[in-house]
Design a protein around this ligand. Structure first.
Ligand code: SF4
Ligand code: SF4
Length: 113
């Protein structure tokens, strides 16, 4: 779930698809040991390679997907979650997989210009 997702651009809090697409997505990558340790252990996978994924969603995801969601570890969420932005390729893959529309997403370039 993006760090910067102001509703006037796109409301990620009404989606959550990228938090429910694949257990292989919310993986740790560039995090330091201290950053991983800051994530409550109950949300971390047993192999400590990423977030724990159960029942088709990251265990830190709160709310109802496609209606209103939140990240229970927002301040300490993994880098991959910070990097995903509405309209980028990963976002489109996740939304399409969950049957959510993609035509109203912002252009990916909006985040980098
Ligand atoms: S899939 Fe896209 S729109 Fe949905 S929460 Fe993730 S970044 Fe936001
Ligand atoms: S840590 Fe937060 S942003 Fe990342 S997949 Fe889980 S609920 Fe989504």
């Amino acid at each position: 779930m993006p760090e910067t997702s102001p509703p006037e651009i796109f409301d990620c809090q009404s989606c959550g698809a990228c938090c429910a697409y694949s257990e292989d997505w919310p993986r740790f990558s560039l995090e330091t040991d201290e950053q991983i340790a800051a994530i409550p252990a109950k949300f971390v996978a047993a192999n400590e390679c990423g977030m724990k994924f159960e029942n088709g969603r990251c265990t830190a995801l709160t709310g109802e997907i496609g209606k209103h969601v939140g990240c229970g570890v927002y301040a300490v969420r993994p880098q991959v979650c910070r990097d995903c932005m509405p309209g980028d390729p990963e976002c489109r893959i996740a939304r399409e997989a969950l049957g959510f529309p993609v035509n109203d997403l912002p252009d990916e370039e909006i985040w980098w210009n």
